[in-house]
Design a protein around this ligand. Structure first.
Ligand SMILES: [Fe+2]
Length: 301
């Protein structure tokens, strides 16, 4: 590793498992001897500040997985429900320590978030933190931001309906927005962060991918297009020069007693090493420390 390389961690849907996401970042730093320069999260963050306003699917999952309440419990404004000493140390500890995660998270919206609360906390801005630590930066669909010298663009939401309304003015909501896509296409980015897959890159994207995203990637040709959302793995693929990479949920697999105490979901974390547009690589993490981290042990390291 050299100092001119930048390291950006990438996660798929977190659904509230934000403490786990930061713990994985901390463990990666300790095991690789370098601080991260950025963290990207591909939507379905689990932005539900009020646990009485969970959507139907989140309510169902939360019955067996209380970490789905992670945002309200540990991150919400103005005051989270609980404090967590490890999380506090990880985010606010000695900046020179590899145990401290210093960089911010940039995320796009998914299709399971509290959209009314998100609109309220961001006040319509293009780029804004949404949490009590000032670390979870929401990047609105159609907008770009610089992360460690790498330009990130965002398009949130699940695949649009086949007969998408091209007159709809909103950029915000459960589905990929035509207006947001049009807005982004006037800009350029190195990494396109989306919630769902472009259509036609294999697996369930052939039936359930987004046509608007496919057109966008074809036209913009970012180096990487990163996404989560889909529950079945979609193989890495390319559209022109763009490498399209699916990230699994940031969670543990269920054990036989139906608790989430198993190993980490494979493919839930990747690292992009970035030196330039022509010198970069994405690695899906499957190191020894990662394989040893389970739902029963993840807080013990
Ligand atoms: Fe989703």
């Amino acid at each position: 590793m050299t100092t001119t390389d930048k390291y950006i961690a990438v996660f798929g849907d977190t659904h509230g498992h934000l403490r786990l996401m930061f713990q994985l970042c901390r463990l990666w730093q300790i095991n690789n001897g370098v601080h991260l320069d950025g963290i990207l999260q591909a939507g379905d963050l689990g932005f539900f500040p009020d646990v009485t306003k969970l959507d139907k699917a989140t309510k169902r999952f939360a019955r067996s997985d209380p970490e789905e309440f992670g945002f309200a419990n540990y991150f919400r404004l103005p005051q989270p429900v609980r404090t967590d000493e490890l999380l506090d140390r990880t985010l606010n500890g000695d900046p020179s320590s590899l145990e401290t995660v210093r960089c911010n998270v940039v995320w796009c919206h998914g299709n399971h978030e509290d959209f009314a609360a998100l609109e309220e906390v961001t006040c319509g801005s293009a780029f804004s933190p949404v949490d009590a630590f000032d670390r979870l930066y929401f990047l609105r669909s159609g907008e770009t931001t610089d992360v460690a010298g790498v330009m990130i663009g965002a398009i949130g939401g699940a695949p649009e309906a086949y007969d998408v309304d091209r007159n709809d003015r909103s950029v915000f909501g459960r589905n990929v927005s035509y207006r947001a896509v049009q807005r982004l296409r006037r800009k350029s980015c190195d990494i396109l962060l989306t919630h769902c897959a472009p259509r036609g890159i294999g697996g369930e994207s052939d039936r359930f991918g987004s046509n608007l995203l496919r057109e966008t990637v074809q036209e913009m040709q970012p180096v990487f297009q990163l996404y989560g959302h889909h529950s079945r793995p979609i193989p890495q693929s390319t559209i022109g020069r763009t490498q399209c990479v699916w990230l699994n949920d940031t969670n543990f697999s269920k054990t036989r007693d139906a608790t989430y105490n198993g190993p980490l979901e494979s493919g839930c974390m990747a690292i992009i090493r970035w030196r330039s547009e022509d010198d970069n690589e994405l690695t899906v993490i499957n190191d020894e420390w990662f394989r040893q981290t389970t739902g029963a042990t993840w807080r013990h390291y």
